[in-house]
Design a binder for this molecule. Structure first.
Ligand SMILES: Nc1ncnc2c1ncn2[C@@H]1O[C@H](COP(=O)(O)OP(=O)(O)O)[C@@H](O)[C@H]1O
Ligand SMILES: [Mg+2]
Length: 272
């Protein structure tokens, strides 16, 4: 699609640039700061994994990059433009998002779910929309027979695949993934990681992914950004992140799970 080309940033320009970001929430009993002076740059073509403790603001950060939430202060540029501008019609041509729980519309079939962002545009004939959705359905490893199934009839792995096809329906250059393999059995998880890896390569995608799963992390990440102390404390290649001195990193990579992390690093030289 020509339009997809034109939204790419100029050569050398980062895909996402976050500067001095502050996020604050006010609840009836308190006001708290989630991000404080957070900086993060994501270069084109990376698979950047975002790790951090529960409640450190990983999901909020993805929603801000998508333009669904506006930070208290600071700047988020996506494809060289302020993120708020993305939350408009046609945004799906710039950024695709796979929400943590798949988030399919339960009253729509698989194909209707995948086609949804295109149908919303109201500019293409139904036959063309159906055809485009069928292409994406097969691209994520689902079968033509799955097109008319309802979300309730799908396995966890199939829900993730259908949601991924919907995120990619307009061929966005940037894909956001929130815990893509959480809740999947090991076999489905492996299958989904393999799919993500080939899509990243074949579609020239930039990916920002939140994950706790070490296999997913080491098999896919070209970089890892660690969220702690309300900001990104390190953003580097996996082997350099593991060597970074910080209590969270020590617990996350070098505690009980450390041995496994080191094995994975050897197993997946791609990550290094
Ligand atoms: N809309 C909101 N209103 C108030 N608090 C929120 C809102 N969204 C997120 N939070 C809080 O912000 C913190 C970060 O949330 P989240 O990004 O979901 O964390 P995680 O890193 O686990 O994904 C949590 O304490 C959460 O409860
Ligand atoms: Mg989250």
């Amino acid at each position: 699609m020509e339009e997809a080309e034109s939204v790419l940033p100029a050569e050398g320009e980062p895909m996402v640039e976050i500067r001095k970001l502050w996020t604050e929430f006010t609840t009836p009993d308190r006001r708290f700061t989630v991000h404080q002076d957070l900086d993060l740059t994501v270069e084109r073509g990376e698979v950047m994994s975002l790790v951090g403790g529960s409640g450190t603001g990983k999901t909020v950060l993805l929603r801000q990059i998508l333009g669904l939430e506006t930070p208290a202060r600071g700047e988020i540029l996506v494809l060289g433009k302020p993120a708020e501008r993305l939350s408009q019609k046609g945004a799906a041509s710039r950024v695709g998002m796979l929400f943590q729980h798949g988030a399919l519309f339960s009253a729509f079939s698989v194909l209707e779910n995948i086609a949804f962002p295109l149908r919303e545009l109201r500019s293409l004939p139904p036959a063309l929309i159906r055809e485009a959705a069928m292409v994406k359905l097969q691209m994520v490893g689902l079968k033509p027979d799955d097109a008319d199934k309802m979300p309730a009839d799908l396995s966890g792995g199939m829900i993730k695949r259908a949601a991924l096809a919907r995120a990619l329906i307009m061929d966005p250059p940037l894909l956001l993934l929130d815990e893509p393999t959480a809740g999947l059995d090991p076999e489905s998880s492996d299958g989904f990681v393999t799919l993500l890896r080939s899509l990243h390569r074949d579609m020239a995608l930039t990916v920002i992914m939140v994950t706790h799963d070490l296999d997913t992390l080491f098999e896919l990440s070209t970089r890892i950004a660690v969220l702690a102390d309300k900001r990104v404390i390190v953003n580097a290649a996996p082997k350099d992140v593991i060597a970074f001195q910080h209590p969270f990193i020590h617990d996350f990579f070098l505690g009980e799970r450390g041995q496994r992390a080191m094995e994975l690093l050897r197993e997946y030289p791609f990550a290094v």
